[in-house]
Design a protein around this ligand. Sequence first.
Ligand code: SF4
Length: 696
Amino acid sequence: MDGASHPSVRSTCPYCGVGCGVKLRADGAGGLSVKGDPDHPANRGRLCSKGHALGQTVGLEDRLLTPHVHGTKASWDEALTLVAQRFSDTIAKHGPDSVAFYVSGQLLTEDYYVANKLMKGFIGSANIDTNSRLCMASTVAGHKRAFGTDTVPGTYEDLEQADLVVLTGSNLAWCHPVLYQRLAAARKERGTKIVVIDPRRTATCDIADLHLKLKLGTDVALFNGLLAHLGKTGALDAQFLKTHTSGIDEAITAASADDPATTGLDPADIARFYAMFAATERTVTVFSQGVNQSTSGTDKVNAILNCHLATGRIGKPGMGPFSVTGQPNAMGGRETGGLSNMLAVHLDLETAEHRTAVQTFWSAPRIAKRPGLKAVDMFQAVAEGRIKALWIACTNPAVSMPDADAVRAAIKGCDFTVVSDITGQTDTARLAHVLLPATGWGEKDGTVTNSDRTISRQRAALPAPGLARPDWAIFTEVGRRMGWQDAFDYAAPSEIFREHAALSGIAARLGRDFDISGLADLTDADYDALAPTRWPVTAARAGGRFFGDGRFFTPDGRARILPVRQRAPAAKRTARYPFRLNTGRTRDQWHTMTRTGLASRLARHLAEPFLQLHPQDATALNLHPADIAQVQSPHGTALLRVLISDDATLGAPFAPIHWTGETAPAARIDTLIAPACDPISGQPESKASVIAIERF
Ligand code: SF4
């Protein structure tokens, strides 16, 4: 069959949380043509540079095509039997908490569901965590504290219907480009005012009416100042506060104790921002990793939510706090309970009634009774020998975890490590005792959920190469071989999805927000044809916003407005380490470049790892453009090309996260990052480690 005669397949981009729809057509020679899907509500045909280059990333270079055991090719039967045996033996000898899964926001919902079920319901531990811990765990914790559930109240359309959009800790232009395009188009059409809050000037500032270049880590002081201002100027919604919330007085008292001058901003700019917010009913505040990746990330989230709750600006057209997720299926992971402190379908591990409901539904022999290890603690437990069997799926923690050299050493020293991935060439895969070949994007079938709760199908347009299998099938096979044949008797992702949807109906009856029970009876054909669908999906309701009726998921139905205070980042600057390191993504690369590194056109944007330095810092360090800087932290060293720019923050240079041991051995940024975490969310502070810089 030639390329033209291959059918067009509708699927979803595997990169950021915008979740753009794509139309794929196989060319008959292993390649794919990729176009934006004009019918997908997230992108309406648009794609960014990464989405356009997807076709260049599906070749079989470096693909893992067969299982390996101790570096030697093996059959699936040999590899799976060994994995099941080693996990069973370890559990029998050392208990269920001696094993762990570390998974990924790039797994599909069906993969996540099976892995979580195996760990929490059958192994009986909650030691399953995900790289989404590094991405949006603080948002989950902040949502749960305020709303009682991890609920994203609004939709993408709200950004287009708002009169003011505040972007904080979000370089939307590079990290969520299609949502940025939608916002820019709305601004052109209706004159939306845009405020960007970011310690450095980013591409997103191109459409900003006001850029607040605040001191790194001072977001709580800024939003606390806003809450106090709203209180002083009569901009609160007294009726909404009285009927639908609790805690406003304590929150305003705490907020008033912080000084917005801590931000280092011009008081006139602060006043302008506060006046814009106070005067604009239709306001959306978008927040992302600049808020989440902090030792006070959860408090930052609640400081933002407080301002929306205090003004009643939530759950209505064009208004609300809006978290944008970094990964394509971070939301699906949250829905299936892929974080170690969640159960499944937004139920709580700590609530006995919830545990019983899930255990009964799964007919599980046991159920985890307490939260498991969060990512940083999990690898610490590996290093200390408390985790003796580890399965890493679809992610590369030897590069992407904070204190990455220590994490690499921990994985290397683990008694038994399994890696399932599309390639055996990552820094992590090289350390595995057993390598299991997984199917990749373009070959996988299942669903993902984007940042505005829209569930989309990923559909296979290419055959599985070699012996590669879908992740859900690999977890299923291990579950069966560990003795739970009936519970893991899935033949297709549609069966898993129906079970997940049915379980969500039970969660809804227990007062949870996540309810897709209206999809529990999909036939295989319905599942295959499923159009993008925003949850909740019940017999009575489809999509829409949450909280428009003022009812929240707390025991008393009221949203909690929380007293929070500004705190400095955990690491202290010293004479030895006088700078802070800000980190993040670039426009055209993705995570550790496992896929985007294959597309030559994407390397044209920024071809090598760099350190973006403020001119005054460069002068003080006697560094010049294109010099090589040696960057040292208490945890590691990296060599980076010097870029000098006014966009950078004085005293807090920026470096991208993407380059790995393969592509640039000396530029693994996460070797520099301290493993300090938010005490509530467990999310690491990836943007404020202390460093020293000198010419190499
Ligand atoms: Fe993919 Fe995100 Fe770009 Fe859309 S905006 S094409 S989801 S990377």
